[in-house]
Design a protein around this ligand. Sequence first.
Ligand code: GDP
Ligand code: GDP
Length: 436
Amino acid sequence: MSKPVVAIVGRPNVGKSTIFNRIVGERVSIVEDMPGVTRDRIYSSGEWLNKEFNLIDTGGIEISDEPLLTQMRQQAELAIQEADVIIFIVNGREGITNADEEVAKLLFRSKKPTVLGVNKIDNPEMQEQLYEFYSLGMGDPIAISGSHGLGLGDLLDEVLKHFPEMEEEEYDEDTIRVSLIGRPNVGKSSLVNALLGEERVIVSNIAGTTRDAIDTPFSVDDQKYVLIDTAGMRKRGKVYESTEKYSVLRALKAIERSDVVLVVLNAEEGIIEQDKKIAGYAHEAGRAVIVVVNKWDAIEKDDKTLQQFEQKIKDHFLFLSYAPILFVSAHSKQRLNTILPMVNTVAENHSLRVPTNVLNDLIMDSVAMNPTPTDKGRRLKINYATQVAIKPPTFVLFVNEPELLHFSYERFLENRIRATFEFTGTPIKIYPRKKN
Ligand code: GDP
Ligand code: GDP
């Protein structure tokens, strides 16, 4: 099930990224807590009135060095194509500009639901600046102040009204949804072709096409899969589609629709920052992950190469310590036949349910082995544990004081759970909840 997508468009400096950050909240994401790159984050999830959605800041996708009007047009086209609802931001202190009118025209013609936010209305006295924006023909303008956090609730109320009905689940429960993500040229399409070309693979010729992805359903023996297409695998040729950030965006959408994500690395090039970022999204989205090192044929090897590479991956992807690593070659077909069996295994682990009594015995044993943390004389007490969800397996601990569950103790419990149950390839989540 994919969440509705909301895109923010508007001229530079009207406050798009300020508003984006307000809406997605302060959550520091593990992949993006690097200094000085706020604008790096162009895609994140938000929530309003219990409705989740994905938000794109189109301003963060630098499309080309074209003149402003051309860039605005491309931005608007991207939003029209990718989003269910568009938030169009203008600057209430500057009034309407040509670029605003141009964007308004495009949005109007597209008939995409659009909500007009007039930003930088920092105090009630400035409300009258709103009225001129009626002439854009985009309905009632909503006064907001991104920097003061005003009016965003009204804006989001309006956005929510335009959400489409939730899409039906496209594939049945036992179909494993798989995507391959990674930088351009790591060999994703070669791997896909090689996988689909394997002997026992039966590719269904009805390509299930959703709004913006090309899916390839296939089966091996009795197991059904669907391959979710990502950027770079099929090049389509719009200007923005060749930009790096856009391809990340596509990858994120594919991740969201997947059960299992194959993070593809190029053995020849090792690991770079971008690999980490992409893999981090898969982890954060709670998907099962397999690291696939491709082009293993292309490098010189001795008896230590594999272990060294494995260690390098572990060092770089600390957050993915649960992910199995496969060394393959799309060209020589080396170990290609290990991929789908591994997909089956991690998919199974991703939806594993553990018996409550075994879980509770395990937690009590763990506590006896390593006493719970204390703070200012108060000690964490875990009364009861239960698994509340799968995909990924999610556990709730009922405790006396949730804030006493420190990260390190949570990590300890996670390791104990992993040592007892088979969770290879899947993240697991642990949440404390207050209950005496
Ligand atoms: P973007 O280029 O559209 O993403 O705009 P930014 O979010 O980077 O904001 C551009 C400038 O406008 C920054 O200096 C912000 O601090 C400022 N700004 C953003 N929102 C507001 C607002 O509500 N009121 C005022 N006065 N300034 C704002
Ligand atoms: P994508 O952009 O990630 O889809 O990558 P492609 O599948 O288009 O592959 C990029 C390049 O790497 C092409 O020239 C491929 O022939 C080459 N390539 C892909 N897989 C392998 C492999 O296993 N070994 C070697 N040596 N080259 C490969």
